[in-house]
Ligand binder design. Structure first.
Ligand code: ADP
Ligand code: MG
Length: 683
């Protein structure tokens, strides 16, 4: 009987006990494990590179004969093994010989000897005027390789090493495995590409006849990975649509009066988003929409419009903010614009409950709060719309918890975290998306400058000038208090110094360790202009809106992540005045400098997000967002946009055909991860 993907490697019959042990030590026990041990790269051994004539450049793959080999020493005891390899073509295109060296590899001299014909892969470099390749990967050509072979005269897979199994042997094992396995057993429970049998893709990823074949095979496997992700996304979305929501937004009286009172025109993007929201609200199915807009793009006003529509339909609307400061600020903004319209706004946070200056009569129509809202059973009597600000700070389960407070309310999620489109489709793929891609008019210019080793007297002078002109400043530090392990000035230390540096000015301080009441008080005084310069940590990162503040000095800027720097900088440039963001650093690492240079170069959140991904990789950038993404072996979020769309279309088809995955596609049900009940069924 032929083997299948679940067959035990030990039972295949062509591996000896030592080999099975070596494979098991690398975590490979079943046939599928080994098949998924993919080539790290390929060598096209139908034609080799010319022998290198000069150092530098990419790795070369050459074939030649070892004409000399010896153990050598550098003065002391440090030994190395050196071989001289000659080009059998006589060096027609390059030089005719090259030296290869291995250090600290005591057995190498028994493996590779004068007279051997070898294939080498490595980077040529210069060593005291001599051209050498140090520690090349090598394979010895055998006499029996003449004629057809899996090791020569073809594109050859090179695998990540498995201790105890030579590259050559591993290649033989993979090749044999592909012959032993019954092709039909490799079929997936859902075939993302019926025109390209899966077993063929396995053969072609290991032993391609052409470079394009390997690429096509990888593409097929990447599509499978994306499909599994998108199936979950579409599944979640379908679960929300299972519910009957209510129709809101028929009446727009309040919205019209709100527009009339605004001192500015909404941007085109704001108007478009409100229209999209209105259309959703008027549908019976619950709205599930993401409002994506860079810092300062005016998301709050879109939220306000949406919430007014809910209120006008006779139900409550709630806004959930990630921090106390933000909830407080939203509350003030809402009160300012909505109380004149007769709308009852209530702030509800863990720290305090405040109704408004005059106690509100009757039920609150708009509730603003932090996550404390989640645990508040009494607050809501008739929740029709939930707005979640800065969604990325909340877990999916928190979102669903709030949703459960209402009878399937409409949901609007807002985020300023600019993430590439492909990621949006995955992380927020169950949501419809509105984008605020337009900055409100009348904003002053923003200047960002990177300064290493700037003089404190110059900085102080600049801050003084701006304050004298009537502006306000943020002085940001990475730490609250002194730390033994991190050598960086803390906000607490700096606070005392700034008070001395700015005589006659009110200097405030805010950080996460202050009691909530004190934080609010400091923010209020800063907003009202009573505090001129605010020493702060990254607590001000999200959403804080004081248009008169036009200067931010970021101390030890290298300690902040790119996304965080962008959020912090978004606190300024909100008014008509010219703004300055000064990034101070004493860090000298090129990585840190590259990161900060991005900030100097662009203010575009999407560009910054992509740079961030490039510099740090998706794992770090996405943090908790990442959890739904799993381990992708083949797929590349940044590069494979088209493939991701293809996967989405397939997932849409599957769920449309079998929404509950119980009939034609029941075999796909195990692909669904239920631990994220974005909208758990309430039936
Ligand atoms: P976001 O939450 O997207 O960062 P906000 O909603 O806090 O942005 O708005 C940022 C600032 O821009 C606020 O001071 C707000 O009053 C102002 N603003 C919003 N929309 C407009 C507009 N259409 N025209 C002028 N100013 C606006
Ligand atoms: Mg905001």
């Amino acid at each position: 009987m032929k083997a299948g993907p679940d067959s035990d490697l030990a039972e295949l019959g062509f591996l000896d006990a030592k080999e099975t042990l070596a494979l098991a030590a690398a975590g490979l026990r079943r046939v599928a494990d080994l098949l998924m041990w993919l080539p790290r790269r390929y060598e096209d051994r139908r034609s080799f590179d010319a022998f290198p004539a000069q150092p530098g450049g990419p790795a070369v793959c050459i074939r030649g004969k070892v004409i000399d080999a010896s153990k050598r020493h550098f003065g002391g005891s440090r030994g190395f093994y050196e071989i001289l390899v000659e080009d059998q073509n006589g060096g027609v295109f390059g030089s005719s010989t090259v030296s290869c060296r291995w250090f600290n590899m005591p057995f190498i001299h028994r493996m590779i000897l004068a007279g051997h014909e070898v294939i080498l892969h490595g980077k040529p470099k210069d060593s005291n005027g001599k051209l050498v390749i140090d520690h090349p990967e090598f394979e010895i050509v055998r006499d029996d390789d003449q004629g057809p072979s899996i090791h020569l005269e073809r594109i050859v897979p090179i695998y990540r090493n498995i201790s105890g199994i030579a590259q050559r042997r591993l290649r033989e094992i993979q090749h044999r495995l592909l012959q032993e396995i019954e092709p039909a057993t490799l079929a997936a429970s859902f075939d993302v590409d019926p025109t390209y049998p899966r077993h063929e893709a396995f053969r072609e990823v290991h032993f391609p006849d052409a470079v394009e074949q390997a690429a096509a095979a990888r593409r097929r496997f990447a599509l499978e990975e994306f499909f599994a992700l998108q199936l979950n996304v579409v599944w979640r979305r379908a679960r929300v649509l299972d519910h009957q929501g209510r129709v809101l937004g028929r009446k727009t009286t309040l919205l019209k009066r709100f527009y009339e009172n605004l001192p500015f025109d909404l941007t085109g993007a704001q108007k478009r988003s409100i229209k999209e929201i209105l259309a959703d609200l008027r549908e019976a199915r619950p709205m599930n929409r993401l409002l994506q807009g860079d810092v300062g793009s005016g998301k709050t006003f879109v939220a306000m419009a949406a919430m007014l529509l809910a209120v006008d339909s006779g139900c409550q609307a709630a806004l959930m903010a990630p921090t106390q400061i933000l909830a407080e600020q939203h509350y003030l903004t809402f009160k300012k614009w909505l109380e004149p319209l007769g709308v009852r706004v209530l702030l509800r946070t863990a720290a305090k409950e405040e109704s408004s200056h005059t106690p509100i009569e009757g039920e609150p129509q708009i509730l603003i709060g932090t996550h404390a809202l989640l645990y508040d059973k009494v607050a809501f009597s008739d929740l029709g719309l939930v707005v979640i600000d800065e969604q990325h700070k909340f877990g999916v389960s928190q979102r669903s918890r709030l949703i459960e407070q209402g009878t399937m309310p409409d949901v609007l999620v807002m985020t300023a975290t600019p993430i590439p489109r492909t990621l949006t489709m995955t992380i927020y793929g169950d949501l419809d998306v509105s984008v605020l891609d337009e900055r409100p008019a009348g904003r002053g210019k923003m200047i960002t400058a990177l300064r290493s080793a700037a003089k404190q007297s110059d900085i102080t002078k600049f801050v003084k000038e701006q304050l004298k002109a009537g502006r306000q400043a943020y002085l940001v530090y990475p730490l609250v208090e002194e730390s033994d392990s991190l050598k960086a000035e803390s906000a607490t230390e700096a606070f005392a110094k700034w008070r001395k540096r700015l005589p006659g000015r009110e200097v405030g301080m805010i950080h996460g360790k202050l009691p909530a009441e004190e934080k609010e008080e400091v923010m209020r005084r800063f907003r009202d202009g009573e505090i001129h310069a605010l020493v702060a940590t990254s607590v001000i990162e999200v959403g804080v809106d004081v248009p008169n503040a036009n200067l931010m000095i970021l101390h030890h800027a290298e300690r902040f992540g790119l996304a965080q720097l962008h959020q912090l900088r978004g606190r300024i440039g909100r008014g008509e005045h010219k703004s300055y963001c000064i990034l101070l650093t004493d860090g000298k690492s090129s990585e840190a400098m590259e990161k900060l240079a991005v900030m100097e170069k662009t203010a575009d959140g999407f560009v910054i997000a992509e740079e961030d991904l490039r510099l740090r990789g998706p794992g770090d950038v996405l943090g908790t967002l990442q959890s739904g993404l799993g381990d992708l072996k083949f797929a590349d979020f940044l590069a494979d946009t088209i493939l991701l769309r293809e996967a989405r279309a397939l997932a849409d088809e599957v769920i449309a055909a079998d929404p509950s995955l119980t009939r034609t596609h029941a075999s796909l049900r195990p692909l669904i991860h239920d631990e994220a009940p974005a909208a758990s069924r309430r039936d």
